[in-house]
Write a protein of this length. Sequence first.
Length: 278
Amino acid sequence: MSTRVLAKRRLVTLTLLRRESIGGLYHVLTFEDPDGSVALPGQFTMVRGAEWGDAPLLPRPMSYLSGGNTPSILIKVIGEGTVRMGRAEPGEPFTLLGPLGQPWRAPQPGRRVVLVAGGVGVAPLLFLARRLAQSGAPKPIAVYGGRSARDLPLDDELAELAELHTATEDGSRGTRGRVTDVLGELLAADQDVFTCGPDRMMAKVAELCAARDVPCEASLETPMACGYGVCLGCPVPTTDGAYVYACTQGPCIDARRVDWSRGDHAPKKGVHAPKGKS
């Protein structure tokens, strides 16, 4: 893994190169960037259609699935913004502000990397898995969960880069149950965990890792409107009674710093939803 040198954010208008539908609700949007995005795994971008007009007004925070000359994002169609993204056609212009936030830290030497994903939380972890493969690092373990097999987008791509274990609540793929049920059986003292997904899932992952003294970094999913610390809409409570802002001090952060028991960082009405959704 390269050293953690962050590039300056830039606001650019990029053309949609292609939109790949995955089972209807999930889509991968790939853009054409002649100058090349220098995003690192774990960082995100604020995305908005350049021709959307006044509604929806705010850009959408999306984790990078890839960078370079063809940066991409993974979305799940839920709200007005992602509905429009899910209907976008090649050639449509979008504005992207990024790269934003803190990327994943470098895995600790001598430890087996474990990637724990839920739903669209797979995007920054798949980006990380690709970088690990490029660096020649040992293949990581990946634990990926969702409500059903339909909620495991990009699982085939992840399986090519990692030792994949899946869990679905309805039993349609892998183990019947939650992703943390599988993680509990796989977790070992010599591992290094990286997780992204719903708050409840990450809270349980953090709890399991803390109980076994396993390092764990989480990618926070919080409401945000600007993405770079101006709107102050993304405070996350910490165990010392303070707060960190997910957009500038996160989204990737030591899971032990987060006070998962407090609900202050739940989505608030009128403020943008978590990365990859809305």
